[in-house]
Design a protein around this ligand. Structure first.
Ligand SMILES: [Zn+2]
Length: 282
């Protein structure tokens, strides 16, 4: 179901069991803008079906926050001008070359380009797969782009991120709402989940410069300022304690600095920063 955040902002909640991220909708007087395209044709169609019921201004723009499969595969359904940063555009070119018939999908699973779960979702939720090809975006920007939907300004920016090097956020100043996509998350490299230590503080600085009190995240739906502040604190406290590839040392350092044991989130982050050290040392 579509959630109404304000008179002009809606979002469709993430569905983790189906690998579906949060999708957003911002409405101006003249046009609407969608944030992220969904993980399949079906996901996008379900979102569009919900939007149709509300009699809102027509969808003119689609912003894709980064080139991960679950955020892009519904792109063709919106009939919108698709906006991405330059790096996302480069990454999408690979997806545009993909074929989606069973044989090709099995090949991609075999070469670890997609997971078996991803193949299952594509097979179940993209009809006419034999002729399916992902469209190319129409607007490519480098750092920042401002769109006015009619008394509704959206600031679209590429930011530093611990998740990918191609993360875009959408900030709606008059609503103090920011759509972060997956920017604030970690990532998996060579089967190791990690947070890029080098990107953490620049990312937090990039995000905190927006005067926002609601944060939409790709796989959490919505966080308020208090929740976001706790998230940043847990991340930065864990980050400070990790100076080597040893989890044992990191936990000891954490206890020494904070005079307490790490909580579950902090322990998760400690492991992720240690993994980053391991990956950096390879
Ligand atoms: Zn992602």
């Amino acid at each position: 179901m579509l959630n109404k955040l304000s008179e002009t902002i809606y979002y469709l909640s993430n569905q983790d069991d189906r690998e579906r991220p949060t999708l957003g909708l911002v409405c101006g007087d003249q046009f609407s803008l969608v944030i992220d395209a969904g993980n399949s044709t079906q996901h996008a169609q379900e979102f569009l079906h919900e939007i149709e019921k509300l009699n809102l201004p027509p969808i003119k723009y689609l912003v894709v926050t980064h080139a991960h499969r679950d955020h892009i595969l519904g792109m063709n359904e919106f009939g919108a001008i698709t906006i991405v940063n330059r790096q996302t555009n480069e990454l999408l070119k690979e997806w545009q070359s993909y074929k989606f018939d069973d044989q090709s999908l099995q090949q991609y699973v075999h070469t670890h380009q997609i997971s078996a779960k991803c193949m299952e979702i594509i097979q179940a939720e993209i009809p006419n797969r034999d002729s399916f090809q992902l469209n190319a975006p129409q607007i490519i920007f480098d750092n920042t782009l401002t769109i006015d939907l009619g008394n509704k300004v959206c600031i679209i920016e590429k930011i530093t991120s611990t998740h990918t090097n191609d993360s875009t956020i959408v900030y709606i100043p008059d609503e103090k709402v920011v759509f972060l996509g997956d920017a604030a998350y970690g990532t998996t490299t060579n089967s190791l989940f990690h947070f890029k230590q080098a990107s953490l503080l620049p990312m937090i600085e990039d995000i905190q410069k927006y005067d926002a009190n609601m944060f939409l995240l790709g796989h959490e739906s919505i966080c308020d300022t208090v929740e976001m502040t706790i998230y940043w604190e847990e991340l930065t406290t864990a980050n400070q304690a990790v100076t080597s590839t040893s989890l044992e040392n990191a936990i000891a350092c954490f206890k020494g600095e904070n005079q307490r044991d790490p909580n579950d989130n902090e322990l998760f982050f400690l492991k992720a920063f240690v993994n980053d050290r391991i990956l950096q040392s390879q």
